[in-house]
Ligand binder design. Structure first.
Ligand code: UDP
Length: 467
Protein backbone atom coordinates (compact mmCIF):
# COMPACT_ATOMS: atom_id res chain seq x y z
CA UNK A 1 0.00 0.00 0.00
CA UNK A 2 1.28 3.48 -0.87
CA UNK A 3 2.46 5.80 1.88
CA UNK A 4 -0.20 8.57 1.85
CA UNK A 5 2.20 11.20 3.12
CA UNK A 6 5.27 11.83 0.93
CA UNK A 7 8.55 11.51 2.76
CA UNK A 8 10.17 14.83 3.30
CA UNK A 9 13.80 15.83 2.72
CA UNK A 10 15.40 18.98 4.13
CA UNK A 11 18.33 20.49 2.21
CA UNK A 12 20.64 23.03 3.82
CA UNK A 13 22.78 25.35 1.72
CA UNK A 14 25.57 27.59 3.01
CA UNK A 15 25.87 31.20 1.76
CA UNK A 16 27.15 31.76 -1.79
CA UNK A 17 25.66 31.15 -5.22
CA UNK A 18 28.23 28.43 -5.93
CA UNK A 19 26.70 26.38 -3.09
CA UNK A 20 23.09 27.33 -3.59
CA UNK A 21 22.99 26.56 -7.34
CA UNK A 22 23.89 22.85 -7.09
CA UNK A 23 21.54 22.40 -4.10
CA UNK A 24 18.72 23.98 -6.10
CA UNK A 25 19.53 21.70 -9.05
CA UNK A 26 19.48 18.74 -6.70
CA UNK A 27 16.16 19.86 -5.15
CA UNK A 28 14.69 20.12 -8.63
CA UNK A 29 15.94 16.65 -9.50
CA UNK A 30 14.52 15.13 -6.29
CA UNK A 31 11.14 16.80 -6.70
CA UNK A 32 10.82 15.80 -10.36
CA UNK A 33 12.11 12.25 -10.31
CA UNK A 34 11.36 10.97 -6.81
CA UNK A 35 8.35 11.12 -4.57
CA UNK A 36 9.85 13.47 -2.00
CA UNK A 37 8.62 16.79 -0.70
CA UNK A 38 11.48 19.18 -0.10
CA UNK A 39 12.32 22.08 2.13
CA UNK A 40 15.36 24.00 0.94
CA UNK A 41 16.89 25.98 3.79
CA UNK A 42 19.12 28.72 2.43
CA UNK A 43 21.33 31.43 3.84
CA UNK A 44 20.83 34.86 2.33
CA UNK A 45 23.68 35.65 -0.08
CA UNK A 46 25.25 38.84 -1.29
CA UNK A 47 23.47 38.25 -4.55
CA UNK A 48 20.04 37.97 -2.95
CA UNK A 49 18.62 40.75 -5.09
CA UNK A 50 20.56 39.89 -8.20
CA UNK A 51 19.25 38.71 -11.55
CA UNK A 52 21.00 35.41 -10.90
CA UNK A 53 19.22 34.86 -7.63
CA UNK A 54 15.84 35.79 -9.05
CA UNK A 55 16.15 33.38 -11.95
CA UNK A 56 17.37 30.70 -9.54
CA UNK A 57 14.22 31.12 -7.44
CA UNK A 58 12.07 31.04 -10.60
CA UNK A 59 13.60 27.73 -11.63
CA UNK A 60 12.28 25.82 -8.59
CA UNK A 61 9.45 23.39 -9.32
CA UNK A 62 6.33 22.77 -7.23
CA UNK A 63 7.04 20.61 -4.23
CA UNK A 64 10.08 22.61 -3.13
CA UNK A 65 9.51 25.00 -0.30
CA UNK A 66 12.28 27.56 0.30
CA UNK A 67 12.99 28.91 3.77
CA UNK A 68 15.62 31.55 4.41
CA UNK A 69 17.68 31.70 7.59
CA UNK A 70 18.04 35.16 9.15
CA UNK A 71 20.38 37.76 7.73
CA UNK A 72 23.36 38.40 9.97
CA UNK A 73 24.36 42.01 10.69
CA UNK A 74 26.30 43.38 7.67
CA UNK A 75 29.49 43.73 9.71
CA UNK A 76 29.46 40.14 11.06
CA UNK A 77 32.85 38.42 10.57
CA UNK A 78 34.10 41.30 8.47
CA UNK A 79 37.74 40.67 9.34
CA UNK A 80 37.63 37.03 8.38
CA UNK A 81 38.63 35.47 5.05
CA UNK A 82 35.69 34.49 2.90
CA UNK A 83 35.74 30.69 3.36
CA UNK A 84 36.07 31.04 7.13
CA UNK A 85 33.23 33.54 7.05
CA UNK A 86 30.98 30.97 5.40
CA UNK A 87 31.63 28.48 8.23
CA UNK A 88 31.09 31.14 10.90
CA UNK A 89 27.86 32.35 9.29
CA UNK A 90 26.50 28.81 9.30
CA UNK A 91 27.54 28.36 12.95
CA UNK A 92 25.82 31.60 13.97
CA UNK A 93 22.61 30.40 12.35
CA UNK A 94 22.49 27.05 14.18
CA UNK A 95 19.86 28.17 16.79
CA UNK A 96 17.28 29.27 14.16
CA UNK A 97 18.12 26.13 12.15
CA UNK A 98 17.39 23.98 15.23
CA UNK A 99 13.97 25.61 15.70
CA UNK A 100 13.18 25.23 12.04
CA UNK A 101 14.11 21.53 11.89
CA UNK A 102 12.28 20.83 15.14
CA UNK A 103 9.09 22.32 13.80
CA UNK A 104 9.54 20.56 10.43
CA UNK A 105 10.05 17.23 12.15
CA UNK A 106 6.89 17.67 14.18
CA UNK A 107 4.76 18.40 11.10
CA UNK A 108 6.09 16.20 8.27
CA UNK A 109 7.61 12.77 7.79
CA UNK A 110 11.21 13.96 7.66
CA UNK A 111 13.46 11.23 6.21
CA UNK A 112 16.80 13.03 6.05
CA UNK A 113 18.69 16.29 6.26
CA UNK A 114 21.20 16.87 3.45
CA UNK A 115 23.78 19.58 3.93
CA UNK A 116 26.52 21.12 1.81
CA UNK A 117 30.16 20.79 2.95
CA UNK A 118 30.21 24.13 4.78
CA UNK A 119 27.26 23.18 7.01
CA UNK A 120 28.77 20.41 9.11
CA UNK A 121 27.77 22.13 12.34
CA UNK A 122 24.26 21.05 11.43
CA UNK A 123 25.34 17.45 12.16
CA UNK A 124 24.97 18.18 15.88
CA UNK A 125 21.42 19.45 15.44
CA UNK A 126 20.54 16.41 13.34
CA UNK A 127 21.95 14.08 16.01
CA UNK A 128 20.06 15.94 18.74
CA UNK A 129 16.78 15.66 16.85
CA UNK A 130 17.35 12.11 15.59
CA UNK A 131 17.44 13.03 11.89
CA UNK A 132 19.53 11.06 9.39
CA UNK A 133 22.15 13.33 7.92
CA UNK A 134 23.81 13.17 4.49
CA UNK A 135 26.28 15.41 2.69
CA UNK A 136 25.75 16.83 -0.75
CA UNK A 137 29.31 17.44 -1.91
CA UNK A 138 29.31 20.23 -4.46
CA UNK A 139 32.69 19.56 -6.06
CA UNK A 140 34.71 16.72 -7.57
CA UNK A 141 35.33 13.22 -6.23
CA UNK A 142 39.03 14.08 -6.47
CA UNK A 143 38.71 16.95 -4.01
CA UNK A 144 36.46 14.78 -1.82
CA UNK A 145 39.29 12.29 -1.72
CA UNK A 146 41.54 15.05 -0.36
CA UNK A 147 39.01 15.60 2.45
CA UNK A 148 39.62 12.07 3.69
CA UNK A 149 43.38 12.35 3.18
CA UNK A 150 43.96 15.72 4.87
CA UNK A 151 43.79 14.58 8.51
CA UNK A 152 46.59 12.07 7.73
CA UNK A 153 48.62 14.72 5.93
CA UNK A 154 48.12 17.10 8.86
CA UNK A 155 49.40 14.51 11.29
CA UNK A 156 52.39 13.43 9.20
CA UNK A 157 53.81 16.72 7.86
CA UNK A 158 54.64 19.80 9.88
CA UNK A 159 55.38 22.55 7.34
CA UNK A 160 53.24 24.36 4.80
CA UNK A 161 51.90 22.01 2.13
CA UNK A 162 53.52 24.03 -0.66
CA UNK A 163 56.84 22.68 0.72
CA UNK A 164 55.83 19.02 0.54
CA UNK A 165 58.76 17.19 -1.05
CA UNK A 166 56.50 14.88 -3.09
CA UNK A 167 53.18 15.43 -4.84
CA UNK A 168 50.08 14.20 -3.03
CA UNK A 169 48.79 10.96 -4.57
CA UNK A 170 45.09 10.55 -3.93
CA UNK A 171 43.76 7.10 -4.84
CA UNK A 172 42.85 6.90 -8.54
CA UNK A 173 43.74 10.57 -9.21
CA UNK A 174 46.54 12.44 -10.97
CA UNK A 175 49.27 13.57 -8.54
CA UNK A 176 48.90 17.10 -7.17
CA UNK A 177 51.69 19.35 -5.89
CA UNK A 178 51.15 20.72 -2.39
CA UNK A 179 50.87 24.30 -3.72
CA UNK A 180 47.90 23.24 -5.85
CA UNK A 181 45.85 21.73 -3.03
CA UNK A 182 42.76 23.70 -1.98
CA UNK A 183 43.48 27.31 -1.11
CA UNK A 184 42.10 27.48 2.45
CA UNK A 185 44.63 24.90 3.68
CA UNK A 186 47.64 26.78 2.31
CA UNK A 187 48.21 28.72 5.53
CA UNK A 188 48.29 26.25 8.39
CA UNK A 189 48.34 28.95 11.05
CA UNK A 190 45.09 30.51 9.81
CA UNK A 191 41.58 30.18 11.23
CA UNK A 192 40.42 28.95 7.84
CA UNK A 193 42.81 25.99 8.08
CA UNK A 194 41.52 24.99 11.51
CA UNK A 195 37.90 25.35 10.41
CA UNK A 196 38.48 23.28 7.28
CA UNK A 197 40.42 20.55 9.06
CA UNK A 198 37.77 20.25 11.77
CA UNK A 199 35.03 20.14 9.17
CA UNK A 200 36.85 17.51 7.13
CA UNK A 201 37.33 15.31 10.18
CA UNK A 202 33.53 15.23 10.54
CA UNK A 203 32.77 13.98 7.00
CA UNK A 204 32.79 10.31 8.14
CA UNK A 205 29.80 11.09 10.41
CA UNK A 206 27.56 11.46 7.35
CA UNK A 207 25.31 8.49 6.60
CA UNK A 208 26.24 8.90 2.94
CA UNK A 209 27.79 11.44 0.58
CA UNK A 210 26.06 12.47 -2.61
CA UNK A 211 28.55 14.00 -5.04
CA UNK A 212 27.77 16.29 -7.94
CA UNK A 213 29.93 14.29 -10.31
CA UNK A 214 29.70 11.22 -12.50
CA UNK A 215 31.61 7.97 -12.75
CA UNK A 216 32.61 8.50 -16.39
CA UNK A 217 34.28 11.82 -15.59
CA UNK A 218 36.44 10.56 -12.75
CA UNK A 219 36.29 6.76 -12.61
CA UNK A 220 39.57 6.43 -10.69
CA UNK A 221 38.56 8.85 -7.96
CA UNK A 222 35.13 7.23 -7.56
CA UNK A 223 36.71 3.80 -7.19
CA UNK A 224 39.31 5.19 -4.75
CA UNK A 225 36.54 6.57 -2.56
CA UNK A 226 34.50 3.37 -2.72
CA UNK A 227 37.50 1.35 -1.61
CA UNK A 228 38.76 3.81 1.01
CA UNK A 229 38.58 2.95 4.69
CA UNK A 230 36.27 4.93 6.96
CA UNK A 231 34.53 6.62 4.02
CA UNK A 232 30.71 6.60 4.07
CA UNK A 233 28.94 5.32 0.94
CA UNK A 234 29.56 7.76 -1.93
CA UNK A 235 26.81 8.36 -4.52
CA UNK A 236 27.90 10.21 -7.69
CA UNK A 237 24.57 11.71 -8.76
CA UNK A 238 25.69 14.40 -11.21
CA UNK A 239 26.11 16.33 -13.26
CA UNK A 240 23.24 18.34 -11.79
CA UNK A 241 23.45 21.74 -13.39
CA UNK A 242 21.29 24.78 -13.30
CA UNK A 243 18.58 24.51 -15.95
CA UNK A 244 17.52 28.08 -16.37
CA UNK A 245 14.06 29.05 -17.47
CA UNK A 246 14.17 30.79 -20.85
CA UNK A 247 15.76 34.10 -20.23
CA UNK A 248 16.16 37.13 -22.45
CA UNK A 249 19.60 38.63 -22.42
CA UNK A 250 21.33 40.84 -24.96
CA UNK A 251 24.31 38.49 -25.07
CA UNK A 252 22.14 35.64 -26.39
CA UNK A 253 20.89 37.79 -29.24
CA UNK A 254 24.50 38.84 -29.90
CA UNK A 255 25.51 35.16 -30.01
CA UNK A 256 22.65 34.49 -32.49
CA UNK A 257 24.50 36.68 -34.97
CA UNK A 258 27.86 34.86 -34.70
CA UNK A 259 28.99 31.76 -36.65
CA UNK A 260 28.65 28.34 -34.96
CA UNK A 261 31.40 27.45 -32.49
CA UNK A 262 33.22 30.75 -33.04
CA UNK A 263 32.91 32.52 -29.67
CA UNK A 264 35.06 32.09 -26.57
CA UNK A 265 33.00 32.68 -23.42
CA UNK A 266 35.08 34.22 -20.59
CA UNK A 267 33.92 34.20 -16.98
CA UNK A 268 35.37 33.70 -13.52
CA UNK A 269 32.17 32.56 -11.83
CA UNK A 270 29.88 34.30 -9.41
CA UNK A 271 32.67 35.68 -7.22
CA UNK A 272 36.01 35.55 -9.02
CA UNK A 273 37.86 38.75 -9.85
CA UNK A 274 41.35 39.54 -11.14
CA UNK A 275 43.73 42.36 -10.30
CA UNK A 276 43.49 45.47 -12.43
CA UNK A 277 46.77 44.61 -14.18
CA UNK A 278 45.61 41.07 -14.92
CA UNK A 279 42.20 42.23 -16.11
CA UNK A 280 43.86 44.59 -18.61
CA UNK A 281 46.31 41.91 -19.72
CA UNK A 282 43.36 39.58 -20.33
CA UNK A 283 41.61 42.24 -22.40
CA UNK A 284 44.71 42.76 -24.52
CA UNK A 285 45.26 39.01 -24.87
CA UNK A 286 41.72 38.54 -26.15
CA UNK A 287 42.24 41.41 -28.57
CA UNK A 288 45.56 40.04 -29.90
CA UNK A 289 44.04 36.56 -30.34
CA UNK A 290 41.72 37.96 -33.00
CA UNK A 291 39.04 35.47 -31.83
CA UNK A 292 35.44 36.33 -31.03
CA UNK A 293 34.69 36.54 -27.32
CA UNK A 294 31.87 37.12 -24.86
CA UNK A 295 33.28 38.31 -21.55
CA UNK A 296 31.25 38.53 -18.33
CA UNK A 297 33.68 41.03 -16.81
CA UNK A 298 33.76 41.97 -13.15
CA UNK A 299 35.40 45.04 -11.66
CA UNK A 300 38.95 44.13 -10.69
CA UNK A 301 40.35 44.18 -7.20
CA UNK A 302 43.80 45.38 -6.30
CA UNK A 303 45.08 42.47 -4.21
CA UNK A 304 45.44 38.80 -5.04
CA UNK A 305 42.58 36.89 -6.71
CA UNK A 306 39.78 36.22 -4.28
CA UNK A 307 36.16 35.28 -3.91
CA UNK A 308 33.78 38.17 -3.65
CA UNK A 309 30.98 36.34 -1.89
CA UNK A 310 30.09 37.73 1.44
CA UNK A 311 32.58 40.47 0.84
CA UNK A 312 31.85 43.70 2.61
CA UNK A 313 32.63 45.75 -0.48
CA UNK A 314 30.30 44.60 -3.19
CA UNK A 315 31.45 44.66 -6.78
CA UNK A 316 28.41 46.27 -8.19
CA UNK A 317 29.92 48.91 -10.45
CA UNK A 318 28.19 48.49 -13.72
CA UNK A 319 30.68 50.36 -15.84
CA UNK A 320 33.70 49.07 -17.64
CA UNK A 321 36.20 51.87 -17.16
CA UNK A 322 38.82 49.43 -15.86
CA UNK A 323 39.36 48.09 -19.39
CA UNK A 324 42.37 49.36 -21.41
CA UNK A 325 41.73 52.63 -23.20
CA UNK A 326 40.08 52.16 -26.57
CA UNK A 327 39.66 48.39 -26.03
CA UNK A 328 35.87 48.34 -26.42
CA UNK A 329 36.02 50.42 -29.58
CA UNK A 330 38.84 48.37 -31.15
CA UNK A 331 37.14 45.03 -30.41
CA UNK A 332 33.54 45.99 -31.09
CA UNK A 333 33.31 43.71 -34.14
CA UNK A 334 34.90 40.78 -32.32
CA UNK A 335 33.68 40.81 -28.79
CA UNK A 336 30.97 41.70 -26.33
CA UNK A 337 31.78 42.65 -22.75
CA UNK A 338 28.91 42.31 -20.30
CA UNK A 339 29.31 43.79 -16.84
CA UNK A 340 28.81 41.08 -14.26
CA UNK A 341 26.08 38.44 -14.73
CA UNK A 342 25.08 36.49 -17.87
CA UNK A 343 22.84 33.39 -18.13
CA UNK A 344 25.83 31.06 -18.31
CA UNK A 345 24.12 27.74 -18.97
CA UNK A 346 22.34 29.24 -21.95
CA UNK A 347 25.53 30.86 -23.18
CA UNK A 348 27.38 27.54 -22.97
CA UNK A 349 24.49 25.79 -24.72
CA UNK A 350 24.37 28.33 -27.56
CA UNK A 351 25.57 27.00 -30.91
CA UNK A 352 27.93 29.96 -31.40
CA UNK A 353 29.91 29.20 -28.22
CA UNK A 354 33.02 27.18 -29.01
CA UNK A 355 35.16 27.52 -25.87
CA UNK A 356 35.07 28.60 -22.23
CA UNK A 357 37.84 30.43 -20.40
CA UNK A 358 36.89 29.62 -16.82
CA UNK A 359 38.09 29.83 -13.23
CA UNK A 360 37.21 26.10 -13.00
CA UNK A 361 34.51 26.44 -10.35
CA UNK A 362 32.94 23.00 -10.24
CA UNK A 363 29.51 24.18 -11.41
CA UNK A 364 31.05 25.98 -14.37
CA UNK A 365 33.12 22.89 -15.15
CA UNK A 366 30.08 20.60 -15.13
CA UNK A 367 28.00 23.04 -17.17
CA UNK A 368 30.70 23.18 -19.83
CA UNK A 369 30.94 19.40 -19.91
CA UNK A 370 27.17 18.98 -20.14
CA UNK A 371 27.14 21.36 -23.11
CA UNK A 372 30.22 19.79 -24.74
CA UNK A 373 32.35 22.96 -24.63
CA UNK A 374 36.17 22.62 -24.21
CA UNK A 375 37.90 24.81 -21.67
CA UNK A 376 40.80 27.11 -20.89
CA UNK A 377 41.55 26.52 -17.21
CA UNK A 378 42.41 29.67 -15.23
CA UNK A 379 41.94 28.72 -11.57
CA UNK A 380 41.73 31.38 -8.88
CA UNK A 381 40.81 30.08 -5.41
CA UNK A 382 39.07 27.32 -3.41
CA UNK A 383 39.69 23.89 -5.03
CA UNK A 384 39.99 25.34 -8.53
CA UNK A 385 43.68 24.51 -9.05
CA UNK A 386 42.90 20.84 -8.38
CA UNK A 387 40.02 21.04 -10.85
CA UNK A 388 42.30 22.65 -13.43
CA UNK A 389 44.90 19.89 -13.06
CA UNK A 390 42.23 17.23 -13.38
CA UNK A 391 40.73 18.86 -16.49
CA UNK A 392 44.07 19.33 -18.26
CA UNK A 393 46.10 16.29 -17.17
CA UNK A 394 43.50 13.63 -16.47
CA UNK A 395 40.23 14.34 -18.30
CA UNK A 396 42.12 16.16 -21.09
CA UNK A 397 39.39 18.59 -21.99
CA UNK A 398 41.21 21.84 -21.18
CA UNK A 399 44.28 23.94 -21.97
CA UNK A 400 46.10 25.86 -19.26
CA UNK A 401 47.99 29.11 -19.85
CA UNK A 402 51.41 29.52 -18.26
CA UNK A 403 51.68 31.87 -15.31
CA UNK A 404 54.88 33.93 -14.79
CA UNK A 405 56.86 33.83 -11.53
CA UNK A 406 55.14 37.04 -10.50
CA UNK A 407 51.75 35.38 -10.94
CA UNK A 408 50.72 37.13 -14.15
CA UNK A 409 49.30 35.47 -17.26
CA UNK A 410 50.73 37.63 -20.03
CA UNK A 411 48.73 38.83 -23.01
CA UNK A 412 50.80 36.89 -25.57
CA UNK A 413 50.24 33.68 -23.61
CA UNK A 414 46.51 34.38 -23.38
CA UNK A 415 46.34 34.98 -27.13
CA UNK A 416 48.27 31.75 -27.75
CA UNK A 417 45.96 29.49 -25.73
CA UNK A 418 42.84 31.20 -27.05
CA UNK A 419 43.93 30.66 -30.67
CA UNK A 420 44.99 27.12 -29.88
CA UNK A 421 41.56 26.30 -28.42
CA UNK A 422 39.47 28.13 -30.98
CA UNK A 423 41.27 27.29 -34.22
CA UNK A 424 44.10 24.83 -33.57
CA UNK A 425 44.36 21.09 -34.05
CA UNK A 426 44.58 20.64 -30.27
CA UNK A 427 41.38 22.66 -29.88
CA UNK A 428 39.63 20.26 -32.23
CA UNK A 429 40.82 17.29 -30.16
CA UNK A 430 39.61 18.92 -26.95
CA UNK A 431 36.24 19.73 -28.54
CA UNK A 432 35.82 16.07 -29.52
CA UNK A 433 36.65 15.04 -25.96
CA UNK A 434 34.16 17.59 -24.60
CA UNK A 435 31.47 16.14 -26.87
CA UNK A 436 32.23 12.61 -25.65
CA UNK A 437 31.91 13.79 -22.06
CA UNK A 438 28.66 15.54 -22.87
CA UNK A 439 27.31 12.22 -24.20
CA UNK A 440 28.55 10.48 -21.06
CA UNK A 441 26.79 13.09 -18.90
CA UNK A 442 23.56 12.50 -20.83
CA UNK A 443 23.89 8.74 -20.34
CA UNK A 444 24.61 9.09 -16.59
CA UNK A 445 21.34 10.95 -16.14
CA UNK A 446 19.39 8.94 -18.72
CA UNK A 447 17.34 5.79 -18.12
CA UNK A 448 19.43 3.26 -16.18
CA UNK A 449 22.41 5.66 -16.10
CA UNK A 450 25.01 5.51 -13.33
CA UNK A 451 23.85 8.70 -11.58
CA UNK A 452 20.18 7.74 -11.78
CA UNK A 453 20.98 4.38 -10.24
CA UNK A 454 23.02 5.99 -7.45
CA UNK A 455 20.14 8.37 -6.78
CA UNK A 456 17.66 5.50 -6.67
CA UNK A 457 19.88 3.62 -4.19
CA UNK A 458 20.03 6.49 -1.74
CA UNK A 459 16.36 7.34 -2.35
CA UNK A 460 15.42 3.81 -1.23
CA UNK A 461 17.36 4.38 1.99
CA UNK A 462 15.32 7.51 2.66
CA UNK A 463 12.06 5.79 1.88
CA UNK A 464 12.92 2.99 4.29
CA UNK A 465 14.18 5.28 7.05
CA UNK A 466 11.69 5.26 9.91
CA UNK A 467 10.98 8.33 11.96
N1 UDP B 1 26.93 32.01 -13.22
C1 UDP B 1 26.06 32.54 -14.14
N2 UDP B 1 26.36 33.74 -14.72
C2 UDP B 1 27.48 34.42 -14.45
C3 UDP B 1 28.39 33.87 -13.51
C4 UDP B 1 28.09 32.65 -12.92
O1 UDP B 1 25.01 31.96 -14.46
O2 UDP B 1 27.69 35.47 -15.02
C5 UDP B 1 26.60 30.73 -12.57
C6 UDP B 1 27.25 29.58 -13.31
O3 UDP B 1 26.41 29.10 -14.33
C7 UDP B 1 27.47 28.58 -12.19
C8 UDP B 1 27.66 29.43 -10.95
O4 UDP B 1 27.14 30.72 -11.27
O5 UDP B 1 26.32 27.78 -12.04
C9 UDP B 1 29.10 29.57 -10.54
O6 UDP B 1 29.47 28.44 -9.83
P1 UDP B 1 30.95 27.86 -9.88
O7 UDP B 1 30.99 26.65 -9.02
O8 UDP B 1 31.39 27.67 -11.27
O9 UDP B 1 31.86 29.01 -9.30
P2 UDP B 1 31.77 29.94 -8.01
O10 UDP B 1 30.91 31.08 -8.42
O11 UDP B 1 31.23 29.14 -6.90
O12 UDP B 1 33.19 30.36 -7.82
Amino acid sequence: MEDPEPRHIALLSSPGMGHLIPLVSFARHLARHHRFAITLIAHPTDHSDSAGNRSLADSLPDGVNVVSLPNLPPDAFLDTKSEARVFLTVKANIPPLRSLLRSLKSTVSLAALIVDPFCLDAFDVAAELGILVYLFYTSSCMSLSLVFHLPKLDASFQGEYRDLPEPVRLPGCVPVQGKDLIEPIQDRGSDAYKLFLNAMKRFPEAKGILVNSLEDLEPGAVKGLEEGEGIPPVYPVGPLVWTVPDEEHECLRWLDRRPPGSVLYVSFGSGGTLTLTQTRELALGLEISGQRFLWAAKSPHESEANAAYLSAKKNEKNHLDFLPEGFLERTKDLGLVVPSWVPQVQVLGHASTGGFLTHCGWNSTLESIVKGVPLIAWPLYAEQKMNAIQLTEDVKVALRPKVTESGLVEKEEIARVVRCLMEGEEGRRLRKRAEELSDAAGRALGPGGSSIRAMADVGREWMDARK
